[in-house]
Design a protein around this ligand. Structure first.
Ligand code: PGA
Length: 290
């Protein structure tokens, strides 16, 4: 089996920026994407005259804080750049003060939503099961969840990387399998982000070989559960920068990046997008070799 997974570069702004920052950064990204063809795009590709099915260009998404989504959406209107959110509730509506539902995010123009980021897990006590529930809620409303997994430095040192990542992936698979058939039909819409916790915001990066090893493990795990899941996109995240992006994204099982710090600077983010744009498309997967 050979896949033609399109690379995806998603910018996770975290709790940074304001509406003026969002408008300016998104305007720069939209202009560069249109000029260089750096974005294949998916949600507004037709409006931009890009054939989303055949282009080999990478998909690009920005994930601002919730309240900045409208400013980003205005700046990205008519561009091929998608919008994602950074978190979502696992339910659909109700008395959940402060929460935002997947339906609301879709209504605001989002195409993606990050779930289970290590900062949510570490700082807000989120469990594997809650992250999985959020992913299924996203699928239910036509959003593509970007499900973050990854081990801490201690877990890696103890040789537990595959046990931890496997447990996190299994929670997603269990929730996905238990969901209604309509949600299961959206299988190819799931994105995984492997983000070693020790690499996030630290300047430390997994080597391309270290990252590839875990990505191949994740792909085998997904494919063993359901062959269709072997084609999910698996992004790398954790101090991805212009200088290391190409080497990482050229690995056979790395399908782009989830970018934190470098996504706040248009030049850096666009350099990573260009690296993803020219990286390989359509390769035999780690799952194939298994
Ligand atoms: P970083 O963050 O690129 O700043 O390491 C990545 C992330 O947390 O998604």
């Amino acid at each position: 089996m050979t896949t033609a997974r399109r690379n995806l570069v998603a910018g996770n702004w975290k709790m940074n920026g304001d509406s003026a920052f969002a408008a300016a950064l998104c305007a720069d990204i939209a202009a560069a994407a249109a000029d260089t063809g750096a974005a294949g795009g998916d949600n507004t590709a037709a409006a931009n005259g890009v054939d989303a099915e055949t282009t080999t260009a990478a998909d690009i998404a920005v994930c601002p804080p919730h309240v900045l989504i409208p400013a980003a959406a205005r700046a990205l209107a008519d561009s091929a750049v998608s919008i994602g959110a950074q978190d979502v509730d696992g339910g659909d509506d109700g008395a959940f003060t402060g929460q935002v539902s997947a339906r609301m995010l879709a209504d605001a123009g989002c195409r993606y939503v990050i779930v289970g980021h290590s900062e949510r897990r570490a700082l807000h006590g989120e469990s594997d099961e809650l992250a999985a529930q959020k992913a299924v809620a996203a699928l239910r409303h036509g959003l593509r969840p970007i499900v973050c997994v990854g081990e801490t430095a201690d877990e890696r040192a103890a040789g537990d990387t595959e046990a931890v990542v496997g447990r996190q992936v299994d929670a997603l698979l269990t929730a996905w399998a238990a969901a209604a058939p309509a949600e299961c039909a959206a299988v190819d819409e799931i994105v995984i982000a492997y983000e070693p916790v020790w690499a996030i915001g630290t300047g430390l990066t997994a080597t391309p070989a270290e990252a590839q090893q875990v990505h191949a493990f994740i792909r085998r795990r997904l494919a063993a559960f359901d062959a269709r899941l072997g084609d999910c996109r698996i992004l790398y995240g954790g101090s991805m920068k212009p200088g290391n992006a190409a080497a990482l994204i050229n690995q056979p099982d790395i399908d782009g990046g989830l970018i934190g710090g470098a996504s706040l600077n248009a030049a850096d983010f666009l350099a990573i997008c260009r690296a993803a744009n020219s990286a390989r498309a359509g390769v035999a997967t780690g799952a194939d070799a298994a």
